[in-house]
Design a protein around this ligand. Structure first.
Ligand SMILES: Cc1ncc(COP(=O)(O)O)c(C=O)c1O
Length: 413
């Protein structure tokens, strides 16, 4: 039998198989390595998987979603609602646009922003709402959509450009960096918000090393072709033709109408993504089995609050398995992380609430205004979840976790 105690257990190592390596080699030998046929194929396969109107890939979630905010014309004087408990990127892109990230506290049970908290934070300056599916758990997509489309919100929306006029309400941009493969009302996440942003960063369920995608579900008043042509061009300096189109004989000429960015996905990344997508349904099932095994082992434990994984409306993408240890403070949690590390088990915390970061403290944010995020941060711990974990690893992690927590509870540091 495998001696689990001798195994080093990483937090989220990428799953790269031989087929993935061969796919990269094939692209490297093909004579075309930047955005080209592999990328187009990946985008079409993502559309089929997500049942999406349109998917476009970019160099990261960050560049993709910043482009979405800029497309909507978010700028100085505008507010964007985001959770207080998220990764720095969610707020950074709002600041890049010169707008104000308005932080919203999380729901203690769901650990994502609730509709009630979004409603309480809304003002006529709110131009976009960007909730986060933390750990892969979908926000209340139907509730948020219905609210943003309601008559009072529409009546107080003040459009300042053509796109905003066509919307007649704030943009619903979902930070689904963690929730590729999650579902809401039996549909994949990616079909509910106006635009859904996924991350394919190295630690994500599906990776392209670095990368991201936008899935579009625009209101009918918007022209999908015109919109996606804008995104494609703006990911390539605002150029009217891609490098591939320019290389095709007789069509070298191009125009630049706007000062675009440089955030396209390469064919090398797309080849990794295509290979990952093939195994993704199986990998998602394995992640679910691991999460379920953790929950079975830890549900009898009185101090442990388990993450939500499934309810009547939603199913997680099982990106993180984050527990809360009732009554712990961040010092005890950090001591626990060190002891688990000594056992060869890597853990993590998702996330440091934004008001604890200097950037946001210096903007005048105070964690006391976000009591649920503050409490969650003290108690929160993310356990390893990835397809290389064996069942006996999961049992071993759950056992060592209980051992160390109970010791720390008996002898506080
Ligand atoms: C919640 C959240 N949003 C956004 C991002 C940014 O993703 P990317 O690294 O692809 O830009 C991350 C990355 O970890 C994240 O966790």
């Amino acid at each position: 039998m495998l001696d689990s105690s001798k195994r080093l257990i990483g937090f989220a190592p990428p799953s790269i198989d031989e087929e993935c390596i061969a796919a990269v080699e094939r692209v490297l030998r093909s004579g075309w390595i930047t955005s080209g046929p592999e990328l187009s194929a990946f985008e079409m396969e993502l559309e089929a998987y997500l049942l999406s109107q349109r998917v476009l890939c970019f160099s990261s979630w960050t560049t993709a979603c910043e482009l979405a905010l800029r497309w909507f014309g978010i700028g100085p004087g505008d507010d964007v609602l985001i959770p207080a408990m998220t990764y720095a990127a969610t707020a950074n892109i709002v600041l890049h646009c010169g707008a104000r990230p308005v932080l919203v506290d999380i729901d203690p049970l769901e650990r994502v922003v609730s509709l009630e908290n979004l409603k309480a934070a809304w003002t006529p300056h709110t131009k976009a709402v960007m909730p986060v599916d933390l750990g892969g758990w979908p926000v209340d997509y139907p509730g948020i959509s219905q609210w943003l489309n309601s008559a009072p919100i529409r009546a107080q929306f003040l459009p300042t450009n053509e796109v905003q006029t066509a919307f007649g309400r704030p943009l619903f941009l979902s930070d689904a960096a963690h929730s590729f493969g999650a579902t809401c009302e039996n549909a994949p996440v990616g079909t509910q918000a106006d635009i859904t942003g996924f991350s394919f960063h190295a630690v994500k369920n599906l990776t392209t090393a670095e990368g991201g995608a936008l899935s579009f579900a625009l209101p009918p008043a918007l022209d999908l072709e015109k919109t996606t042509a804008w995104f494609r061009a703006m990911a390539l300096h605002g150029q009217s033709k891609s490098a591939l189109e320019k290389s095709q004989s007789g069509t070298w000429q191009y125009d630049v109408v706007e000062a675009g960015y440089k955030c396209n996905m390469t064919d090398i990344q797309a080849a990794i993504g295509r290979s990952q997508l093939k195994t993704y349904p199986d990998h998602l099932q394995r992640r679910k089995a691991i999460a379920t095994r953790y929950s079975q082992a830890l549900s009898p434990v009185s101090w442990c609050t388990l993450p939500l994984l499934q309810d009547a409306q939603r199913e997680s993408a099982y990106h993180l398995y984050s527990i809360r240890i009732e009554g712990f403070d961040s010092k005890q949690r950090d001591a626990l992380m060190q002891q688990l590390k000594n056992d060869g088990i890597a853990t993590n915390v998702h996330f440091i609430p934004l008001p604890l970061l200097s950037l946001h403290r210096n903007r005048g944010e105070d964690l006391r205004n976000y009591p649920e995020s503050a409490a969650c941060f003290q108690e929160q711990l993310s356990l390893p979840i990835h397809v290389q974990l064996l069942d006996e690893d999961v049992d071993w992690i759950a056992e060592r976790l209980q051992f160390h927590v109970e010791k720390l509870m008996r002898n506080p540091t």
